[in-house]
Design a protein around this ligand. Structure first.
Ligand code: NAI
Length: 327
């Protein structure tokens, strides 16, 4: 039996931990936030909720499709039969397609919760430093506590955080330095009265917003309030990293009122800034397993920027680890 430390409790971290744990290894997951799921995140307010991170996911590979079928049969995810609209050159038009889109139920991280069953999990534990001792890894948190020793460390936090922990001279260092992740402002709101907006989801390319959707129309969501989430484009967000709530509010009201064709009344709203929302990786291959250093990497950003990429990277890394640490 080998021992593994996994830094990050998002889908990639929990998926790789799940595989290693069920193969009989000792695995500990360290997560800086309170809960699991990373960007698979749902904000729960007093009487409404909204997914403010990952909005939905698709399954393209046969391998991931099979896993999503399994998640569906366990009741962790459901198909979201949404018909998208588009905002293009100031015009809103239906933009139907045949793409299957899935959501976690009742919150986006439901499958991460399911997969984490039985795992040793430290929440609110931010790993600051890795230290090598006799060919093994000791992990240090921000309060000076240490954990380990582990045979290998698996870094699954977003790119910048993983790079900060990566040992100097690690195999992936150069390719990680070439990759970047871009930010996204999210603005969530509940309406005081129904908007009458026909579109449930909107892809936009007006340079300001990329996505808006009626979150309350997703399966398994509470329906007391009509709730919406709007994502601002990476470029606009980067240019307005310190945007005030008023500025975001103004943009969102402008968009929704154009969609509704009438004034809207908001019950409650919030803003959330995702500093590391999506990868803008440009084709450089990131090696996932560095046997010499005993460091693994997994995350959407190692492959692309979709949820499936996070899961696939975790499977690829797990295969390599299970083969190198075969009992
Ligand atoms: P997908 O196939 O539904 O969408 C991929 C992209 O294609 C969309 O972003 C959109 O620009 C376009 N598109 C798809 N269907 C369309 C339609 N019917 N009409 C007009 N445009 C359409 O989903 P996939 O490939 O699984 O990607 C997941 C989504 O999550 C993507 O939209 C991706 O950009 C987005 N994402 C957003 C992040 C954020 O921070 N806002 C972070 C990571 C991913």
């Amino acid at each position: 039996m080998a021992s593994f430390a996994v830094v990050g409790g998002g889908l990639a971290g929990i998926s790789v931990a799940h595989r290693l744990h069920h193969a009989g290894h000792h695995v500990v997951v360290f997560e800086k936030s309170r809960g699991q799921g990373g960007r698979l995140s749902t904000r729960r307010l007093a009487d409404w909720q909204v997914d403010h991170g990952t909005q939905y996911f698709t399954a393209r590979s046969a391998e991931f499709q099979a896993e999503v079928n399994r998640w569906q049969s366990l009741g962790w995810v459901q198909l979201w039969s949404v018909e998208p609209w588009m905002l293009h050159r100031e015009t809103f038009t239906p933009s139907p397609d045949n793409q299957q889109r899935f959501v976690g139920v009742p919150t986006m991280n439901a499958m991460v919760h399911g997969l984490s069953e039985g795992l040793e999990f430290y929440s609110e534990c931010r790993i600051d430093r890795l230290e090598k001792q006799q060919q093994k890894w000791r992990l240090w948190d921000g309060h000076g506590e240490h954990y380990g020793l582990f045979d290998a460390v698996i870094l699954t936090a977003p790119l910048a955080q993983s790079l900060a922990l990566l040992p100097a001279g690690a195999k992936a260092e150069a390719s990680l330095r070439q990759a970047t992740m871009t930010p996204t402002w999210a603005f969530g709101l509940a309406l005081a009265e129904p908007s009458g907006i026909k579109a449930d989801a909107l892809f936009a390319n007006d340079g300001i917003v990329t996505w808006a959707c009626r979150d309350s129309c997703k399966p398994g969501r509470p329906s007391h309030y009509e709730s919406w989430i709007v994502h601002f484009s990476p470029k606009w967000t980067a240019n307005h990293l310190d945007a005030s709530e008023d500025l975001l509010h103004q943009q969102v009201v402008h968009l929704l009122e154009r969609l509704a064709g009438k004034p809207i009344r908001i019950h409650e709203y919030f803003k959330h800034r995702w500093l590391h929302a999506r990868s803008s990786k440009q084709g450089n291959v990131i090696p996932l397993w560095d046997v010499d250093n005993g460091v693994g990497l997994a995350g959407d950003w190692t492959v692309g920027s979709r949820l499936e990429d996070a899961w696939l990277s975790a499977q690829t890394l797990a295969e390599q680890l299970l083969s190198d640490f075969a009992q």
